[in-house]
Design a protein around this ligand. Structure first.
Ligand SMILES: Cc1ncc(COP(=O)(O)O)c(C=O)c1O
Length: 499
């Protein structure tokens, strides 16, 4: 009885939230095709942010900092690739909540998941998963995260957000590194006591190598490996860990093979030199962390040769190797994991994820599994309701062949961007991408920002990265027809900028 009442209430809420009849809710449950109920195009009726957004921003300012808020959204009326705001504007969304919406807004399969009786307790109760997991936890993990695990990795740990996934992945590397250093023996009593007061040997002087302009998150370890904006870093006492430049390659990659190879070889040498330097000064480098595409730093791509080189260096030196797929994972590149494009001869040790995966977490090789409980831990260690939603996401990706669809849309998007680049050579350059995870550079930051503002006036919401890049972070349901809607408006905006 209570379950039925709960379902009815959920159904009523769903009905209210998408403003459709109960019969339609049920119909949608069996017809998960987002394109059937998406708007045909953008609609702009006010400035963005409009008056209602401005009013809400003012109210929010009374209780928190609103410096990052663009506008308030109307999620009830957002559908598929179209994001609605509280002023009645509807925008084609090419930024998708900072790259974190896999199937668009209000996808019927996700609405259906919320209304399934067997999911009710999953949405209502949030357990301390590390201690009291629910009976279906193993099978749900197997249906979701394990079923899409990167090649060579079948152990997974859920977490809340991207940052804490990276942070705990780094801890797994440090623990393995020290366990190896002890020859697999248990820690000494002195180590157990000294770690409590942050002193050696229990708290060893180790470091992690990362790349300039990278972004891995905002807690202290992840922040020490992030080097993209002062806003993230200023005033925090992060450790002095080794930083190496990320390859500065020429695009298109396939037309600049020789020059790019020289640059990447040089950087791989710099990586080895930097490790030697830090090892010598007593800050032994335990691992390397890298993004498969350096996203926040400006969508910088490197080649498989570079990533294979990093894998080889870390293997040779007994260090851990983390590939941070928080922004690149879950299909946007046309493969489930971006690093699958690299054909690594040995998989990474840790792969962190979040955003489109709806849950945070990291994959690890079994050798990186901690020996004791509570070593990689927090109260929730994730959220089973996100796994219930991820179950549907994975199903839709498979059933609707979304990885293939992303490849088709990505090629179409890239060819449109190349056209724009040839039409406006004084403004645009460096079209690059994998799947729909694409970017293009402007000649100046001002022009990039003006183009984004003008696009928004035409109902297209985009995201920036690095000093002059526009990045594309669409849903996996972004099709060629959406590219057309974007390109028409992009052309208009560029022709105005070109005057
Ligand atoms: C590559 C990468 N790692 C980590 C993070 C941090 O994720 P979160 O913002 O969920 O903490 C981000 C966020 O943009 C990211 O792009």
């Amino acid at each position: 009885m209570s379950v039925t009442r709960g379902i009815n209430r959920l159904l009523r809420n769903v009905k209210k939230s998408v403003n459709i009849s109960e019969r339609q809710v049920l119909a949608l449950a069996y017809q998960p095709n987002v394109n059937d109920f998406e708007p045909n195009g953008p609609r702009v009726v006010t400035d963005i942010p409009g008056p209602r957004s401005k009013q809400l921003i003012e109210q929010l300012d009374q209780i928190q900092n609103v410096g990052a808020v663009h506008f308030f959204c109307d999620y009830d009326n957002s559908h598929g690739n179209y994001l609605a705001d509280v002023d009645g504007n509807v925008m084609l969304d090419l930024f998708t909540q900072i790259s974190s919406v896999p199937l668009g807004y209000n996808h019927p399969a996700l609405i259906n998941a919320v209304s399934k009786p067997e999911n009710l307790s999953t949405f209502v109760n949030r357990p301390a998963l590390g201690v009291y997991p629910p009976a279906d936890w193993v099978s749900r993990l197997q249906n979701t995260l394990v079923s899409v695990a990167p090649p060579g990795m079948n152990h997974v740990q859920t977490m809340a957000c991207g940052t804490c996934s990276v942070e705990h992945g780094m801890k797994a590397v440090f623990m393995k590194f020290m366990s190896d250093a002890r020859g697999g023996m248990p820690p000494s009593q002195e180590a157990l006591e000294s770690c409590i007061i942050n002193k050696a040997p229990g708290s060893p002087s180790l470091s992690f190598l990362s790349f300039n302009n990278s972004f891995h998150g905002r807690t202290m370890g992840a922040l020490a490996c992030s080097h993209s904006k002062w806003l993230h870093k200023l005033d925090f006492p992060v450790p002095d860990w080794p930083i190496v430049r990320f390859p500065n390659l020429k695009y298109p990659l396939e037309e600049n093979v020789v020059e790019n190879r020289t640059e990447e070889s040089k950087i791989l040498e710099e990586v080895e030199d930097k490790i030697d330097e830090y090892n010598k000064k007593g800050q032994t480098v335990a691992g390397i962390i890298v993004e498969p595409v350096q996203c926040e730093g400006g969508d910088k791509f490197a080649t498989p040769y570079f990533f294979q080189g990093l894998r080889d260096i870390t293997n040779k030196r007994g260090m851990g190797f983390i590939i941070d797929e928080v922004q690149t994972g879950c299909g946007a590149t046309g493969k489930f994991w971006a690093h699958e494009h690299f054909n690594l001869t040995d998989s990474p040790d840790i792969v962190s994820f979040s955003k489109k995966m709806l849950t945070g977490g990291f994959y690890k090789k079994v050798t990186f599994k901690p020996k004791e409980g509570h070593r990689i831990f927090n109260t929730w260690v994730g959220d089973p309701s996100k796994i219930a939603l991820l179950e549907e996401v994975v199903k839709v990706i498979r059933e609707d062949n979304l990885l293939d669809s992303v490849k088709v849309t990505g090629e179409y998007l890239m060819s449109g961007l190349f056209n724009m680049q040839s039409k406006y050579p004084g403004i645009l350059s460096n079209t690059r991408g994998l799947g729909t995870l694409c970017a293009i550079d402007f000649n100046t930051t001002d022009n990039r920002d003006k183009a984004m503002a003008d696009l928004r006036k035409k109902g297209v919401h985009t995201g920036a990265c690095g000093p002059t890049s526009l990045r594309f972070r669409t849903t996996l349901l972004f099709k060629t027809k959406h590219v057309d809607v974007f390109m028409e408006r992009f052309d208009d905006v560029l022709s105005q900028l070109n005057k």
